[in-house]
Design a binder for this molecule. Structure first.
Ligand code: FEO
Ligand code: CA
Ligand code: CA
Ligand code: CA
Length: 559
């Protein structure tokens, strides 16, 4: 179905006067230079061609393949089950990716971090959940151990040779972080009796710190060890999880739902309690001039909230204050037990406020949002972009992208203005925005996440959009302000974790959960990436081509 959306929407905005230049590590390409107007474009003939450059918009497709627009190509870098060393394999359902070069002067050799969000037991542990009401009673600890190994994250050295990114197998820095890895809590008080917990899971999106470490975020943690619920008398009960891991290992739910930092070289991990506990989609950091940090992070659940942490000490993700957004009045409200009587009344201390951040946020009157997902800071204007993927309970089926402008462009401001940058829906050609990335020229790349059970169904409002896709909104040139589909995912998959290599020439992208609706492994709904096993496998791909190169140079057209 073709629909009319070739009209200009709103521009992302040109560079503002007096706005802070965003530090280089935050241009999601992780580049060593701030996006520059004329980078690489000195020849007038080329500039003329760039003026006429138009992206080809892919038509929506339900084909079981990774389709790319003209001028782009891809190759798989690593897929589920691939050996990264003699001891370890790449985990399941890859999501967030982040690349850090080993040597700043060589953008073609570095460490790739990849999140492994959750597992499909049908593929991982030979267990079909659909057959049982109570999965925990029907599988062994060996099956659960396989599941636990397949979530968390992977650090793998990758190198580009002759245009092809390849895993450096057995590199000493290659390692897995799993649901059984020991992880320290960056907090003074123990949580549920310990300051070192077991594992990380539900790793959805993430970020990078100014000191070049990886951030991975625990999102739908309650699916693994359940959740502690409180009734009106503050009495706690356990709500069981979907996977039933708590029947095999007694790890408390309070050990999950945190922002986790990973040292790329040692693999040492820590959970940052000060950033609160909820379904963290991502965590986007900004370093202030005095080296204090600001961290934005959202809670991807219907009618939950957007948070911001401001540190009181340079480089600290422990000392500081967590705030939650009142987007209606443009105020950051502090989740500070000491200074908020309403929190003092309900919770026994700051640790409890952070563990039960959702309840604390609601007590303070934070604004309910439609499932906050990824957050990126616009490298040109310093505005903060936040995807609100949908909220079906409230009749928002297609989601939107919110723009936050901090007062005077100060990231540690306690007031701001929120507005809708663009809404999903047929008119704009996309639905359910999830991940965001800005490239070197400040073009905005967006992935969609319509759920596998709703896509391509006549009885759902997602039919016109067909498979999940990758879109770009160019900032300059002929296509400025248009939403253009540049990639279409295989069946049941979503495209996640867009991350540009330091030279801006490769877009790393996760293809997550192809064939997720498979009921019978012998008859899968997808067989992408079409390897010899003939089953669907999530994989990270490298996308390259002249389209990316031209997009990076578009800023030369800035009026
Ligand atoms: Fe795992 Fe919010 O997407
Ligand atoms: Ca996501
Ligand atoms: Ca992102
Ligand atoms: Ca999502």
């Amino acid at each position: 179905m073709e629909y009319n959306r070739r009209k200009f929407i709103s521009f992302l905005g040109k560079a503002g006067i007096g706005l802070a230049i965003v530090p280089p590590f935050l241009t999601s390409c992780g580049n060593t230079t701030t996006p520059s107007k004329n980078k690489g474009v000195t020849d007038a003939g080329y500039l003329e061609k760039l003026k006429n450059f138009e992206l080809k918009d892919l038509l929506a497709s339900d084909k079981d393949d990774l389709l790319l627009t003209e001028g782009l190509n891809y190759h798989p870098v690593v897929k589920w089950g691939d050996a990264i060393s003699d001891n370890d394999t790449f985990g399941f359902n890859n999501d967030f990716t982040c690349f850090i070069p080993l040597d700043e002067n060589n953008p073609k050799d570095g460490l790739l971090w990849v999140n492994h969000e959750y597992i499909n037991p049908l593929f991982v542990s030979d267990f079909n959940y659909r057959d049982y009401d109570n999965p925990a009673e029907h599988r062994t600890i060996d099956q659960v151990d396989k599941e636990m190994y397949n979530v968390g994250g992977t650090i793998v050295r990758v190198r580009e040779e002759n245009g092809q990114w390849k895993v450096v197998k057995n590199d000493p820095l290659n390692r897995r972080i799993t649901a059984q890895t020991d992880i320290k809590l960056n907090w003074d008080s123990p949580i549920k009796g310990t300051s070192t917990v077991k594992g990380t899971l539900a790793n959805c999106s993430g970020g990078i710190t100014p000191w070049k470490t990886f951030i991975t975020c625990e999102e739908n943690y309650d699916g693994f060890f359940g959740e502690t619920k409180y009734d009106e008398n503050n009495k706690a009960t356990h709500r069981p999880s979907r996977y039933g891991w708590e029947k095999f290992y007694e790890y408390p739910p309070e050990h999950y739902g945190w922002v986790v930092e990973i040292d790329p070289r040692t693999g040492a991990a820590q959970k940052h309690i000060a950033l609160g506990r909820f379904a963290h989609e991502c965590c986007t950091l900004y370093e202030l001039e005095d080296k204090r940090v600001v961290a934005y992070t959202g809670d991807d659940k219907n009618s939950e909230h957007l948070y911001k942490f401001i540190s009181s000490k340079p480089g600290s993700l422990k000392e500081g204050t967590l705030y939650v957004a009142d987007t209606e009045n443009g105020k950051w409200l502090s989740l500070d037990w000491e200074n908020q009587p309403v929190l003092k009344e309900k919770f026994k201390d700051q640790t409890e406020v952070l563990i039960r951040a959702r309840e604390a946020a609601k007590l303070l009157g934070a604004t309910e949002l439609n499932r906050p997902e990824d957050i990126e800071i616009d490298p040109v204007t310093g505005h903060i972009f936040l995807t609100l993927t949908n909220n079906k309970d409230k009749g928002d089926f297609h989601g939107s992208i919110m723009k936050i402008e901090e007062t005077n462009g100060a990231f540690d401001a306690l007031t701001f203005k929120a507005s809708t940058y663009i809404a999903g829906g047929e008119e704009n050609g996309f639905s359910c925005p999830d991940n965001l990335a800005f490239d070197m020229a400040g073009n905005l790349w967006i992935t969609s996440d319509m759920s596998g059970s709703s896509m391509n169904r006549k009885d759902k409002p997602y039919m016109p959009f067909k498979n999940n896709s990758l879109f770009v909104i160019p900032r300059y040139g002929k296509d400025a302000g248009k939403v253009i589909r540049v990639a279409s995912a295989p069946k049941d998959a979503e495209l996640t974790g867009p991350w540009f290599s330091p030279d801006g020439k490769t877009l790393f992208l996760s293809v997550q959960h192809p064939g997720e609706q498979t009921k019978d492994i012998k008859n899968p709904t997808s067989t992408w990436p079409f390897d010899k096993d003939n089953i669907p496998k999530s994989a990270v791909v490298a996308i390259q081509g002249e389209v990316i190169e031209k997009m990076n140079k578009l800023r030369a057209l800035e009026a």
